[in-house]
Design a binder for this molecule. Structure first.
Ligand code: F6P
Length: 324
């Protein structure tokens, strides 16, 4: 009988619970004992282990957040703490550590495998969808829908007051979330770090809209480009001569990371989790689960390190064509 452990690490994202459920239940299906590690890498260092039965993960598929809790654990950057974690894993006789995390978590886990031979299985999640090597990360779809829901609401007030709204979307250094939200809400301008736009072009597109008689506009800005306030301040200055309701801004922030996962995230989390366990049972180790051309497959963990995944240029252009 194999013994596996599962943890969630880094920023939470909707669908984590669905994925934990999938790992736990598939683990039991394939006759493994399953341990849950609370608080991610912090829990590995502090041995916060708890045994998980299929019943323990009942009624959580629809819940946001992670019932195993998560943390950003800086101590894991230090060898001595990784050694403590590795010893705890060995003492518990764990045959495979399932890390549901983003790029940073995979890098930390990879060190456990390289330095101490701990077998790692990575399952990608992040609302940013910026993990290189996989087309999808758990939580992205829900975060996009959360952003779209908020922007649609802001659009109502923007239109009523004839205001230009600048809306800041999460994503760290990447623009996947902002671009998807921009396309889905018909934003007039979408600013993402991967395809920079000079400020005068942004101003011109709003000025053109005002001149055409469209007195409101939505500008979606990825947090990796600038803050909504910075962009709003510039627009305020440049749009002074025009007769409209003024510029306002809004930062969507953590609202994007919470809430019940969409059906798509529940399905992907379930598929990724079951696939990860099945690959482990086939003897595969030190891999990450990935989505490529619609198929779930495994790739070496290192694939995602130090490489930048970029949104499709076609999507960026599509947005520009549609927001004339
Ligand atoms: O990586 C997910 C994410 O929500 C980013 O979009 C954001 O920049 C970051 O995490 C915020 O991190 P924290 O939860 O540590 O404030």
């Amino acid at each position: 009988m194999k013994k596996i452990a599962v943890l969630t690490s880094g920023g939470d994202s909707p669908g984590l619970n669905a994925c934990i459920r999938a790992v736990v239940r598939a683990g039991h299906y394939y006759n493994c004992e399953v341990i849950g590690v609370r608080r991610g890498f912090k829990g590995l260092i502090e041995k916060q282990f708890t045994s998980l039965t299929p019943r323990d993960v009942g009624g959580i598929i629809d819940k946001g957040g992670t019932f195993l809790l998560s943390a950003r654990e800086d101590r894991f950057l230090e060898y001595k703490y990784r050694k403590i974690a590795a010893n705890n894993i060995r003492e518990e006789k764990i045959d495979g550590l399932f890390v549901i995390g983003g790029n940073g978590s995979f890098q930390g886990a990879y060190l456990l495998s390289k330095e101490f031979g701990i077998p790692i299985i990575g399952i990608p999640k992040t609302i940013d969808n910026d993990t290189y090597g996989t087309e999808y990360t758990i939580g992205f779809d829900t975060a996009v829908n959360n952003a779209v829901d908020a922007i649609d609401k802001i659009r109502d007030t923007s239109e009523s007051h004839e205001r230009v709204f600048v809306i800041e979307v999460m994503g760290r250094k990447s623009g996947f979330l902002a671009l998807a939200a921009g396309i889905s809400t018909g934003a007039d301008v979408t600013l993402i770090p991967e395809y920079p736009f000079p400020m005068h072009v942004i101003v011109k597109s709003i000025v053109d809209a005002l001149n055409r008689g469209k007195k409101f506009a939505i500008v979606v800005v990825a947090e990796g480009v600038a803050s909504a306030k910075e962009i709003a301040d510039i627009l305020n200055e440049k749009l002074k001569p025009f007769d409209f309701g003024g510029v306002r801004y809004s930062v969507l922030g953590y609202i994007q990371r919470g809430g019940s996962p969409t059906a798509y995230d529940r399905i992907m989390a379930s598929r990724f989790g079951v696939y990860a366990v099945e690959e482990f049972m086939r003897g595969n180790r030190d891999f990450m689960v990935a989505l490529e051309n619609g198929k779930i497959l495994s790739k070496p963990l290192e694939v995602s390190f130090g490489r930048i995944k970029k949104p499709d240029l076609k999507d960026f252009e599509l947005n520009n064509i549609l927001t004339i």
